[in-house]
Design a protein around this ligand. Structure first.
Ligand code: SF4
Length: 445
């Protein structure tokens, strides 16, 4: 990456009362360099800012360059947020996985929905998964020197031929050597295995989890945890696609296979180490493991234990926040994916025990993606319109904001919340997390 391809880091927000606000930064300004170095990304920015004296070159919105010097404690944050974490552009993916969600979307949507990132910086900063197939020597060195750990790696299979078949990339066969690389440097990864029936299940899955566990040794295990996730297919997947959906029988098989390994790992390491995503239990129509099973939720971002965690947080927050009665009567429709219908029923009962509050749970499937069982985050505006039209929806809809792209008001099918509200003729309240949900129930806004 040459210095020339690095764009100035454009500021999207200046935190009030911060050092940056005091100095007079404004959103729209852009940082060109810090102490003579142009930051490539947020990682460089954070590293360069860990100095007590900063000489900043800043470009304002009119194109004028300013030179600013700031003295601060080394751990003081300037209080800036940026439009993007990557000032030199996204490192794109060089694989062709048949289960890639990006290729399973309908054509003609906004461009950003088709971007295939496989960028170790996003993995380090936000926990997104990468494959390690596209790293140059220089990037490996940077991971080592800046100790960018843990990273989140899509492993899928450890046998070279199986992983190469899944990622459709000959570079995918080096994964075991790469684990050794992390181990030698005392760096860590969290692994995920997307199970595709007929390709990496059965004996391949067992082999993969045992190989991963062989790196779960010592005080800083190279492989900190592994998540086992069922492949997600949509009706838009390419016709030549060789994949089979996960059936109930397959889910039952994988659950018992992984649970047997978990038992072994608990004995060996004192930790289950390999985690089953909640979806397995939903497909198998089995009870989710108890809250105590999930240790410190190491794979929560992969949907491992997220239902149990939500229920636990709900119970704790409800105890603190839910009043016995509401001053003003309110009726809401809380929209979720049908995957959580059964698990969330007790939560709805608890909400409805508040006098004057009435919540109806609308647990929908996605016709848009063509899925029988749908997780909440995949419901689209079209799904909501079809599922809710003509129903008595009360005063407003409670919409989990995970259906919307971060910082956006659009669903995955590009419909906006405003459009949906107009078509259903009802206010929509995007709610984020348990507190947001309960707050909206109490305040009605
Ligand atoms: S690595 Fe990820 S983005 Fe790339 S093809 Fe595979 S699933 Fe898609």
């Amino acid at each position: 990456m040459s210095q020339a391809s690095i764009r100035p880091a454009r500021i999207s927000k200046v935190i009030p009362d911060s050092i940056a606000a005091e100095v007079g930064f404004e959103s729209g300004d852009a940082i060109v360099s810090i102490n003579g170095t142009r930051p490539r990304d947020l990682i460089d920015y954070q590293f360069l800012c860990a100095d007590e004296v900063l000489a900043l070159e800043v470009l304002d919105a009119t194109g004028k360059i300013h030179r600013i010097e700031i003295e601060k404690d080394y751990d003081d944050d300037l209080g800036l947020e940026f439009e993007t974490a990557l000032f030199d552009g996204l490192i794109q993916c060089n694989n062709r996985c048949p289960f890639c969600f990006i290729d399973q979307q309908p054509p003609g949507k906004r461009e950003s929905l088709y971007l295939k990132d496989d960028d170790y910086r996003l993995s380090f900063l936000y926990g997104s998964y990468l494959t390690l197939t596209n790293l140059t020597e220089r990037e490996w060195q940077r991971i080592e020197q800046m100790r960018l750990s843990p990273l989140y790696v899509s492993v899928h299979a450890t046998e070279p031929e199986v992983r190469i078949r899944l990622l459709k990339n000959p570079r995918a066969g080096q994964i075991m050597e790469q684990f050794k690389w992390f181990q030698q440097r005392r760096l860590q990864i969290h692994a995920q295995v997307v199970v595709c029936p007929g390709i990496n299940d059965g004996g391949h899955l067992e082999r993969t989890l045992l190989d991963l566990a062989s790196f779960h040794q010592g005080d800083i295990p190279a492989v900190a945890s592994a998540a086992v996730v069922p492949v997600g297919l949509t009706r838009f997947r390419p016709k030549e696609n060789e994949l089979m959906p996960v059936s109930r029988e397959k889910a039952i098989e994988v659950i018992s296979q992984v649970q047997a390994l978990q038992k072994k790992f608990r004995h060996q390491f004192g930790s289950s180490f390999a985690w089953l995503a909640d979806e397995w239990f939903l497909i198998a129509q089995q009870e989710l493991p108890p809250e105590s099973h999930y240790e410190n939720y190491p794979q929560i971002g992969n949907g491992v234990g997220s239902i149990r965690q939500f229920i636990k947080q709900f119970q704790a927050t409800a105890k603190k926040m839910l009043p016995a009665r509401l001053e003003t009567r309110r009726r809401f429709t809380w929209v979720v994916g049908n995957a959580v219908e059964y698990a969330f029923k007790p939560l709805v009962q608890q909400l409805n025990s508040v006098e004057g509050l009435e919540v109806y749970l609308a647990a929908l499937r996605s016709n848009y993606w063509g899925q029988e069982i749908t997780v909440t985050g995949l419901l689209t505006g079209q799904d909501l319109l079809e599922g809710l039209q003509g129903k008595d929806l009360g005063d407003a809809i409670l919409l989990p904001s995970l259906m919307l792209k971060h910082g956006d008001t659009r669903f995955l099918d590009d419909m906006t919340v405003g459009e949906l509200a107009r078509q259903l003729n009802i206010p929509i309240l995007p709610v984020s997390g348990v507190e947001g949900l309960i707050e909206a129930c109490i305040r009605g806004e």
